[in-house]
Design a protein around this ligand. Structure first.
Ligand code: ATP
Ligand code: MG
Length: 422
């Protein structure tokens, strides 16, 4: 017996409708915002993530699925969606297409993490990327899209936390202040924090070790170091959110797990799914495109973890739609009727009706039992008399009522919800 790799999950036939529902909601929200889908490869050159995500991040340091391909190239399975879209943008010269470019993706991501509830090695993200606008309106629109997505799913139990982590200018002063604060504590901090102290002290605020977290809690706050431009930008984002009626709290502790962020960062956090409470996270990354060798292009986006959303919905009783069922099951008494059932099912399917018939050579009784298990809305049994009459009793399973319907009218009958003359 070969088992599924650790940290991965199968989507079973009985459960896939939940995934389809969430993905449909994502697509509908994207459509309403005129955000178009993009698809990039599941694997990229490792260098893209090392540079794009940043080599002081947990992702690049510890979590990447990296291997040499048969041509001896270092390849990495995408740990997140943004770097690939940024590469696509640069490689296809999309900076000279009409801007902003508003795109979304639904993609699997791969991170070598310790699996827990809501933390997997293969997981899925719905992400939005808006390239080309430095305006706070773009930040607000991206946050609004994320919020609309959660709302469409019926998720109420999340808190929007926002922060600004400034630009290169304000970050220089802030990094100096952080180093001054952390220097006397270094001996009590983890080795990763000590490394980050030199390379990128901002990242020390994102450490998950309890001891480090306690020390980080007393660190100077970035909001006190924002330059006038970044400060004005943040104020505008907040005003625009308020104008859209979006509630938020400012959390100066959010720095995000990726190195490319500038200015706005935000997270939608739930308290109902434990430690893995961040269901959606994003921010502005004005430096990313240039960092990857493209023309300097401001950018803002978010990514939502679909497994965490499903977990949250299940844990808090947010309803999913009904699992899909066949509209009709057509049973056959004997070989000839079975053939007719098959032909009828074929006609109905061509008209968009979900029709089922027997593939197991079961008795009529066993076919009806199976139809019941499937939850078929209507059931018909074809036998000699039905064949000679060219009509069948269509039984409505919800109330047991039956109507004699000519074969040629079954399609309309079902489409009209069990009504011959409707
Ligand atoms: P965390 O702090 O929980 O590790 P992160 O900062 O690494 O999250 P991002 O890189 O911002 O997460 O990814 C965006 C979203 O993707 C997260 O908010 C979360 O919903 C989801 N996500 C991230 N890593 C995983 C994972 N290993 N398994 C499932 N979902 C994940
Ligand atoms: Mg992480």
């Amino acid at each position: 017996m070969i088992n599924i790799p650790k940290g991965t999950k199968d989507v079973l036939p009985s459960n896939s409708y939940k995934w389809q529902y969430i993905e449909d909601c994502a697509r509908q929200v994207a459509r309403a915002f005129n955000i178009r889908e993009v698809r990039t490869p599941v694997f990229e050159h490792t260098e893209l993530f090392a540079r794009g995500v940043g080599d002081t991040t947990d992702i690049v340091n510890k979590e990447m699925y990296t291997f040499l391909d048969k041509g001896n190239r270092s390849i990495t399975l995408k740990p997140e969606g943004t770097a690939g879209v940024a590469r696509m943008f640069i490689e296809n010269g999309l900076a000279s297409s009409p801007l902003p470019m508003k795109s979304f993706y639904i993609t699997p991501c791969y991170r070598y993490e310790r699996p827990q509830a809501g933390r997997l090695r293969e997981f899925h993200q719905f992400g939005v990327e808006v390239y080309g606008s430095p305006s706070p309106a773009a930040d607000a629109e991206v946050i609004f899209a994320a919020s609309s997505f959660l709302k469409k799913l019926g998720i109420k139990d999340t808190r929007l936390e926002i922060n600004s982590i400034g630009c290169k200018t304000c970050r220089a002063d802030y990094n100096a202040a952080l180093r001054e604060y952390f220097r006397p504590h270094l001996s009590e901090m983890c080795s990763t924090c000590c490394e980050r102290f030199d390379k990128n002290p901002l990242r020390m605020l994102d450490c998950k070790e309890e001891g480090c977290k306690k020390i980080a809690a007393g660190a100077p706050k970035i909001l006190d170091y924002l330059c006038p431009d970044c400060s004005a930008h943040f104020e505008s984002v907040k005003k625009l959110l308020a104008a859209q009626g979006i509630e938020y709290v400012v959390n100066p502790g959010i720095v995000r797990g990726l190195d490319y962020y500038t200015r706005s960062v935000f997270e939608f956090v739930s308290t109902s799914i434990g430690a893995q409470g961040t269901v959606c996270a994003g921010g502005r990354y004005d430096g990313l495109i240039a960092e990857l060798g493209g023309p300097s292009t401001p950018a803002v986006g978010f990514a939502a973890g679909l497994e965490r959303l499903i977990l949250l919905m299940e844990n808090t009783g947010v309803p999913f739609p009904q699992a899909p069922v066949p509209d009709i099951y057509i049973a056959g008494m004997d070989e000839v009727s079975r053939a007719k059932a098959f032909a009828l099912a074929g006609e109905l399917r061509a008209s968009g009706i979900a029709a089922e018939c027997d593939l197991m050579e079961r008795s009529v009784k066993a076919q009806l039992k199976y139809a019941d298990k499937l939850g078929a809305v209507y059931v018909a049994v074809i036998g000699e008399s039905e064949l000679s009459e060219g009509a069948a009793n269509i039984k409505k399973m919800s109330d047991g009522s039956a109507t004699r319907v000519p074969f040629g009218d079954i399609c309309n009958y079902i489409k009209q919800g069990g009504n011959l003359n409707g």
